[in-house]
Design a protein around this ligand. Structure first.
Ligand code: HEC
Length: 216
């Protein structure tokens, strides 16, 4: 009998995220809220994506975020990540000028996640409202969290800006937006470098488009 083994891939095993069934409004979840923000604002081509790894820092998954040494679990005050996000000097601040800084609300979210132990957590909401889909409650928060960092500014990715209702509606009108978030063949899978949006979110986007992309 042969004892030959298949060659072993030298990949370090990564624990899967801890998934909770119900989203607790007082908890910040890394996979739902923090990672999409880091990917779209920091893990972009030319910055902290795996291809560039500027200053050795990659911010596109939990293991690489922790390995960067920029996050001290439980201690946002000692975390370089928070320091660079809030630096007063636009040259030292991340994302650097001319990119927009993260909003106070977004920084507060990341700070809270670090205070809560910087865990690799995720939640799945048990209810999914697809009847009363509105732009302000369902579409805009997702775009802000998962897309805006890349699709804004002077040279938005793919030449597509998603900074307001009109621009998002226009990206949706030709079918590109839905094709991209559903990872359909013939479209570039979005969010780039990120996890697919949840089934609930994709259904809400589809409903909003079917309803005529209202600004509600
Ligand atoms: C890390 C950066 C990044 C993030 C995050 C990102 N995009 Fe993109 N997007 C790109 C780049 C780069 C392109 C153009 C290159 C390409 O087509 O692959 C693109 C292209 C697109 C296209 C055109 C796709 C096509 O095949 O015609 C759409 C629509 C789009 N993005 C929507 C989104 C939406 C919606 C989100 C959030 C859910 C998002 N993107 C998140 C970088 C990003």
């Amino acid at each position: 009998m042969s004892c030959k083994h298949d060659p072993v891939d030298p990949v370090i095993p990564v624990d899967p995220p801890i998934v909770t069934d119900n989203c607790d409004p007082d908890t910040v979840y890394f996979q739902n809220e923090v990672l999409p923000l880091l990917i779209s604002s920091c893990g972009v081509a030319g910055c902290h994506d795996p291809g560039t790894a500027s200053e050795g820092v990659i911010l596109t998954n939990y293991a690489s975020v922790i390995a960067s040494g920029k996050v001290r679990a439980g201690n946002p005050g000692e975390s370089d990540l928070i320091e660079v996000l809030t630096d007063d000097n636009p040259e030292d601040r991340m994302p650097p000028s001319p990119r927009q800084p993260l909003s106070a609300e977004q920084i507060a979210k990341i700070t809270k996640w670090i205070s809560q132990g910087a865990k690799d957590n995720a939640c799945e909401s048990t209810s999914c409202d697809t009847l009363n889909v509105s732009f302000s409650a369902h579409i805009w928060p997702v775009v802000q969290n998962s897309c805006l960092g890349c699709h804004s500014g002077v040279s938005p990715s793919g030449g597509i800006s998603l900074t307001n209702h009109q621009q998002i509606a226009s990206a949706a009108s030709g079918g590109r937006l839905l094709g991209a978030v559903r990872w359909e063949s013939g479209f570039s899978a979005m969010p780039q470098n990120g996890n697919k949006l949840s089934d609930c979110t994709i259904t809400q986007i589809k409903k909003w488009i079917e309803n005529g992309t209202p600004n509600n």
